[in-house]
Design a protein around this ligand. Structure first.
Ligand code: MUC
Ligand code: MG
Length: 366
C-alpha cells in the first residue's frame, strides 16, 4: 500500500463565542482538512488548526508547506513506514501542525487497513476520557456562568482558566469567583499563555495560594527559560510546559533543566507518533502530562481522545476536549458527544470518524 495523493483543504467555520487568552483570540476555526489517499482506495483524515500566535503557521502556510514540501516527500511511501517518512518531514524544523496532521491521517489509514481502531493500535488502555473545559477571558461572572453551564449540561468538573492579563488582579478575581461559584469539588488550573513575567507569575501564584489550583501552565515567556526555572523552583504545584515544549527535544530540555514539572501533550502539534515519544519521555523523567487542546474542532478532538484513551498516562486526568462545543457547526457526520463529563473514543477502524461531504463543500475555501 502506497500513499498516492495528499490533500490540504482550507475551510472556515465561525465560533458562536470567541475564545480569548493572553496570546490571542480565535473567532473562526480557519483550519486545514488533511486527507491522505492510498493506491488501495483508503483515505485517512486529520485536522490542522494553525495557531499563528504560537507557531507562526497560518492556514495559507499549512496548505503551502504540505502541497509544496511534505506531500512530495510522502508520495509513494507506505503509510506504515512512519519512521521513514518522518525522517523526511523532520528535515524541516518548524511547521508542527502541518506535520502532525499528516501523521494522524496516515495513522487513520493504518487503522482502516488493519480493520482496527487506532486507539487500540496505540495502546488500548481505555475507551473514554474525562473532559476538562477551557474557560477564556471574560468578566468573572460570565466565566462562572460558562463553567456552571458546562458542569450542568455536560457533567464537566475540571476547568482550565485562562490567565496572563494585566493587572493580574483581573485573573485572580476570576479564579476566586470560579472557586466560590463552583465549590471545592471542582478542579481548577490556570494557563497564562506567556502573558506575565516570572515575578508577576510568582506574585499571582502567591495571591491564589488558597484556591487549591491543580496546575499552572506556561505563565511567562517561552524563551525565558531561566526565569521559568526560578519560578518553578518556588511553585508549590506542578508547572506545565505547553508552548515552551512543543516537541520531544524541548520536553527533555525543559524537564531536565528544571523549568517544567509537567507537560501538555497536544496531538495537533505532535500527531500520534511524536506524542508517544513525548509521553514516554515524561514517564521516564517522572513528569505528569495533561492532554491539551489547540482550540480543536471535532476532528481534532477525535484525534486527541483516540490518543489519550490509548495510554494510562494520558487517561489519568481530565483532558481538554470540549471547546468544539462553542463552534457554530463542524465537519463530522456523527457529532462527538460529551456525557457525564466523559468523551468516548470512536470505536470504528482508524480514527473512526467520517467527514460530512456536504458540510465540507459548504465551508471549504478553495
Ligand atoms: C492552550 O493550552 O494554550 C491557546 C493557544 C493555543 O495554541 O492553544 C490554546 C490552549
Ligand atoms: Mg496552554
Amino acid at each position: 500500500m502506497r500513499i498516492s495523493k495528499v490533500e490540504a483543504i482550507p475551510y472556515a467555520i465561525p465560533y458562536r463565542k470567541p475564545l480569548r487568552f493572553a496570546s490571542g483570540e480565535v473567532h473562526t476555526a480557519e483550519h486545514v482538512l488533511v486527507r491522505v489517499h492510498t493506491d488501495e482506495g483508503l483515505v485517512g483524515v486529520a485536522d490542522a488548526p494553525p495557531r499563528p500566535f504560537t507557531y507562526g503557521e497560518t492556514q495559507a502556510s499549512v496548505r503551502a508547506v504540505i502541497d509544496e514540501l511534505f506531500a512530495p516527500a510522502l508520495l509513494g511511501e507506505s503509510p506504515l513506514a512512519r519512521q521513514r517518512w518522518h525522517a523526511k518531514l523532520h528535515r524541516t524544523v518548524g511547521n508542527p501542525v502541518a506535520k502532525a496532521a499528516l501523521d494522524i491521517a496516515a495513522w487513520d489509514v493504518i487503522g482502516q487497513s488493519a480493520g482496527l481502531p487506532v486507539t487500540a493500535l496505540l495502546g488500548g488502555y481505555t475507551d473514554r476520557l474525562r473532559v476538562a473545559h477551557m474557560v477564556g477571558f471574560a468578566e468573572p461572572a460570565k466565566m462562572v456562568a460558562e463553567a456552571r453551564r458546562f458542569r450542568d449540561e455536560y457533567g464537566i468538573t475540571t476547568f482550565k482558566v485562562k490567565v496572563g492579563r494585566r493587572p493580574a488582579e483581573l485573573d485572580i478575581a476570576a479564579c476566586r469567583a470560579l472557586r466560590e461559584g463552583l465549590g471545592d469539588e471542582a478542579e481548577l488550573y490556570i494557563d497564562g499563555n506567556r502573558g506575565w513575567s516570572a515575578s508577576e507569575s510568582a506574585r499571582a501564584l502567591r495571591m491564589m495560594a488558597d484556591l487549591d489550583l491543580a496546575f499552572a501552565e506556561e505563565l511567562n515567556p517561552a524563551d525565558d527559560v531561566l526565569g521559568r526555572r526560578w519560578l518553578v523552583s518556588r511553585c508549590p504545584i506542578p508547572f506545565v510546559a505547553d508552548e515552551s515544549a512543543s516537541k520531544p527535544a524541548e520536553v527533555a530540555r525543559e524537564l531536565l533543566g528544571g523549568s517544567a514539572t509537567a507537560i501538555s501533550i497536544k496531538t495537533a502539534r505532535t500527531g500520534f507518533t511524536d506524542s508517544q515519544r513525548v509521553l514516554h519521555l515524561c514517564e521516564g523523567l517522572g513528569a505528569e502530562v495533561v492532554l491539551g487542546n489547540q482550540i480543536d474542532g471535532q476532528l481534532g478532538t477525535a484525534a486527541s481522545v483516540v490518543f489519550g484513551a490509548a495510554f494510562a498516562g494520558t487517561a489519568r486526568r481530565a483532558a481538554e476536549l470540549s471547546n468544539f462545543l462553542d463552534m457554530s457547526d463542524d465537519l463530522l457526520t456523527e457529532p462527538l458527544r460529551i456525557e457525564g463529563g466523559t468523551l468516548l473514543a470512536p470505536s470504528a477502524p482508524g480514527l473512526g470518524v467520517v467527514i460530512d461531504e456536504d458540510k465540507l463543500a459548504h465551508y471549504r475555501l478553495d
